[in-house]
Structure formats: C-alpha cells, structure tokens
Write a protein that binds this ligand. Structure first.
Ligand code: PLP
Length: 388
C-alpha cells in the first residue's frame, strides 16, 4: 500500500471524527456503568445516552422519544420492515429494485415466509416515479420502503412525494436514509415518513451503531426482546461509547451540513469534470444533479473496474466497484443492471465517494491518476475489442 492514502470510499464507511473519538474514550474506561443501574456511575452513562439522543434528534428534526438506538443500518432496516408487517397484519410490501441488501435480502426472506413484495423499477437515471408507488399500493400493503439516497449512485428519491402518497392512503412509509443523513438535510417534522434508518459510520461516527426513527403514534413491535432499554423498543445493554460517538458526529453534521454540501459537492464536480474532460467514453451513472453531493459513479467503456481498482489501489487510491456489501461477489452491480446498464457496462463502473476532510489536492491527484490508469488499460486492449 502506498504511504499516502486517498480514501474515496466514504459510502462504504468513514473515519471516525477525532471529536467523536475524544468523547467516546471516557465511556470505555472511566464511565463504564450500565445506563440501567441506579447508582451514579450508571447514571453518568444514562445521561450520555440521553444527550446523544438529543443530538441525533436534532439532526433528523425529530423528538427525542422517537429515536431508537440500534446496532446499525441493517438492524434499523430489518426491524422497521418486521415491525410494519407484524403490526399491520398485512401481507404485502412495496419497495424498489435498487435497495441496499439490508432491505432487499430481508424482503427475500419475507417472501419465503409467504409475504408478497412488489419491487418498483427505476429509470435509466436511477430515479423512481412516485406515481408508480401510488399505483402499487392497495388494501393488503403493510409498508412502503424506499431509500432516501442510493448507496452506489447517490441518486436521491422523491421521499416527500412518496410520503404524502402513503399518508393519503394510510400506509406506513419507511425510508433507508443511511446514505442521505448528514449529506442532505433531513427534517421528519416536514417530510411524512413513519420509520427512518440511519447508521453512524457513514457520517463520521463509529461502526455498529445506528438509529431507527419511529414517529410518535406509529405502532412498533420490537425486533429484539429482553430488557426494557430504549423504552422497550430495543432490548440489550446500550453500546454507550458508540452512542456517544454517534451523538457527537450527528451534532457536527447538523452544524456543517450546508458547508458539506457546498465544499464536497464542488470537489466531486471538479473530480468528474477532470475525468470527463481527460477521457472519451466515460459516463456518469445516475441522475447528474439529483444526487447526494459526495458520490460519483462512472462507467468507463472497455475497462474492467477490477483492473482499474487494482491499479488505483497500487497508488494508494481507494474506491469501489459497487457497494462494499457486494465486494468479492462475482456478480455485476444489481443496482446498475436495474438501471438498464449491460452486464459489461456494470463491470466497467466504479464508485468514488468523497469525505468531509477531502482536500482539493487529493481530488486533483486522484482524478489524474484515474485518467492515466484508464488510458493505460485501454492501450493494452486488443484492437478488435477497443473498436467495439
Ligand atoms: N442501507 C444503506 C443504503 C447502506 O449504504 C448501508 C451500508 O452500506 C446499510 C443500509 C447498512 O448499514 P450498516 O453497515 O450500518 O449495517
């Protein structure tokens, strides 16, 4: 590995912000009490959890009581769908073809148990038409689950419109906002969602901690049973240090979100412009503007992403061929194929996702490394293939 890392895979995970680490450390050593214990050591932990809850609630525009700490995005997603089908007693779910495996795979499991899942297709720009949601809902629909932003392309979904449709039809609405939180403003006071998932490690918090937002009044059945933590909605001793880290990361995100959008968005656009100007036959996968500001998914004709990623890794540049959860699988990206890319185009695509601390110099260096690496790979192509 090169000594200087340029990390462009922030949709897979982010470094924990130093401010979050600083606040977490005492809760691993000094204040190790169980928040359920009545004595003062326990009460210190309880106060820290409450403070983190306040900070996360501020990021989402919610009430503190609507925040349920979980072990991450996957648990939040699974438990949201589980609760919706169990509390409604209905047998059908409406979702999209491009959800993260935390929704996609859980739906497959529900299908095995006899539930019906309608997966709505997206257009070639990765977007969903809200009218399709309205048409898909009927009397047996337990829940609609549509992601706020796609993890591979960054494409944003029309969450407000979908929420309004669900509310008008009296159907629960869940959104996986794992890739949207801290990148675009989220305000559940203004957007009619009932259940919403986020994960700390996507915005500068630690791994293994997330939140499920449950709107007040929405029926909720726990996924984990045991103690009465999280007001009986999620059993298990709280991961206090991680919760503290998530709270601090959420607080920083609330303060910096507009600056993030401007700064990271400009760097992402510069990165894309440089590559598009330096190379023929490169295309942006997904809508060019309706995207979170940090994500750039590019299709390089006649280039195998595997070869490009290896070459970039040799130079210390970290990016990915799809979502981190599918790395190592020989399959092409399901999301890109669902958007209408051929299997070959999907294999020729790379996701670059920028982070908060990215510098202009890093972006310039990475963009020219991509241009040179793609040129080298294409030069080695047999003439017959290149002509295709
Ligand atoms: N949903 C989306 C859109 C994601 O991108 C991810 C992580 O990649 C998850 C859910 C799962 O989150 P976690 O890694 O916290 O379980």
């Amino acid at each position: 590995m090169s000594s200087r890392l340029i990390y462009l895979d922030n949709n897979a995970t982010t470094a924990v912000l130093p401010e979050a680490v600083r606040e977490m450390v005492p809760f691993l050593s000094v204040y190790y009490g169980n928040p359920s214990s009545a004595y003062s050591l326990g009460q210190e932990s309880k106060k820290a959890v409450q403070s983190a809850r306040r900070r996360v609630a501020r990021l989402l525009g919610s009430l503190e009581e609507e925040i349920v700490f979980t072990s991450g995005g996957t648990e939040s997603d699974n438990s949201a769908l589980w609760s919706a089908v169990r509390t409604s007693g209905k047998r059908e779910l409406v979702t999209t073809t491009v959800e993260h495996p935390a929704i996609h795979r859980f739906c497959q499991e529900l299908e095995r148990e006899g539930y019906r899942v309608r997966r709505l297709p997206v257009g070639s720009d990765g977007r969903l038409d809200p009218a399709d949601v309205a048409r898909a809902i009927h009397s047996e629909t337990a829940v609609v689950s549509v992601m706020w932003a796609n993890n591979e392309t960054g494409v944003l979904f029309p969450i407000r419109e979908i929420g309004e449709i669900c509310r008008a039809q009296g159907v629960l609405f869940h959104t996986d906002a794992v890739q949207a939180a801290a990148k675009v403003p989220i305000n559940v006071a203004e957007v009619p969602v009932d259940l919403l998932s986020i994960s700390a490690h996507k915005f500068g918090g630690p791994k293994g901690i997330g939140v499920l937002y449950v709107r007040q009044g929405v029926p909720f059945l726990p996924y984990l049973w045991g103690g009465s933590q999280e007001s009986g909605r999620r059993a298990g001793t709280e991961n206090v240090a991680a919760i503290v880290g998530m709270g601090r990361a959420a607080e920083l995100a609330s303060e910096r979100i507009h600056e993030y959008a401007d700064r990271v968005g400009q760097l992402r656009d510069k990165f894309e412009r440089t590559i598009l100007a330096g190379l023929p036959e490169v295309r942006i996968n997904g809508h060019p503007t309706a995207r979170v500001p940090n994500t750039c998914n590019l299709c390089f004709q006649n280039v195998e992403s595997e070869a490009l990623l290896l070459e970039l890794d040799r130079q210390g540049i970290q990016a990915s061929g799809g979502s981190a959860c599918s790395t190592g699988s020989a399959k092409p990206s399901r999301v890109l194929v669902e958007m209408g890319l051929s299997v070959r185009e999907a294999y020729a695509s790379v996701r670059f996702s920028l982070g908060w601390s990215q510098t202009e110099e890093e972006i310039e260096q990475a963009a020219s490394a991509v241009v040179e690496a793609v040129r080298r790979i294409r030069e080695k192509l047999p003439a017959a293939l290149a002509a295709k």
